[in-house]
Design a protein around this ligand. Structure first.
Ligand SMILES: C[S@@+](CC[C@H](N)C(=O)[O-])C[C@H]1O[C@@H](n2cnc3c(N)ncnc32)[C@H](O)[C@@H]1O
Length: 206
């Protein structure tokens, strides 16, 4: 399964490097570091950009029930792979920027426990980042967290987006045993992000 995942991943990266943004799937140490950042508790976990599923696997291994895990992935072949690999997990084919719409017809109790993202945030405009974060905050009841990995040195969410949304960004893990080495970031609001502003959409120029 691992070899198969790597081959699919590499062929997707080869066809579309910017959309996939990594040459190989996340390593087990990185996937486990992401799962370790989950807040204690119960409830649905939403994963964005599941790829071939290393983080999905780590979330299940960390005790998230398969019927409490929703994975959103834009690539159809990755979706088919995820469905076959993780029976019981809800896999939605679509753009994470339509997060709330994609979740609408699922009988998911909100707030969700966390949104866990493998999306290439660094290649998104500020407006797209803000649109994504607003929806993630809406699902989590206005506080978060969004858990995100990044290969960069600094936070992948732009400072002005962090400030506009009143978020606290924290680097919670540095994973050297990943190629390339990666950091795990969490974004959360200390006070719930106002529902009125959650409904307004973006506002930051790209
Ligand atoms: C860096 S890969 C991470 C894959 C996997 N989570 C891992 O850690 O190996 C990014 C993934 O996000 C998906 N993706 C990129 N943009 C997306 C979007 N706007 N909505 C949903 N999925 C997206 C890509 O197809 C790819 O599977």
């Amino acid at each position: 399964m691992k070899r198969n995942s790597e081959l699919i991943f590499f062929s997707k990266w080869f066809a579309s490097p910017l959309r996939v943004a990594s040459i190989t799937p996340s390593s087990t140490p990185l996937a486990r570091a992401m799962a370790s950042a989950l807040p204690v508790g119960d409830g649905t976990v939403v994963e964005l950009g599941g790829g071939t599923g290393p983080i999905t696997h780590a979330l299940l291994e960390a005790g998230v029930r398969s019927d409490q895990l929703v994975v959103i992935e834009r690539d159809a072949q990755f979706c088919n792979h995820l469905v076959r690999r993780f029976p019981g997990v809800v896999v939605r084919h679509g753009d994470a920027l339509d997060l709330v719409t994609l979740m609408e017809d699922l009988a998911v109790n909100t707030p969700v426990r966390a949104v866990v993202s493998g999306l290439p945030l660094l290649s998104m405009s500020s407006a797209a980042q803000e649109q994504l974060l607003q929806q993630a905050l809406r699902l989590t009841g206005g506080t978060g967290p969004l858990i995100q990995f990044s290969y960069g040195l600094a936070s992948p969410l732009r400072k002005r987006v962090v400030q506009r949304l009143g978020l606290v960004d924290r680097c919670v893990a540095q994973v050297w045993r990943n190629v390339p080495p990666a950091k795990v970031w969490t974004y959360a609001c200390l006070t719930p992000y106002p529902a009125s502003r959650q409904a307004q959409g973006g506002g930051v120029s790209p």
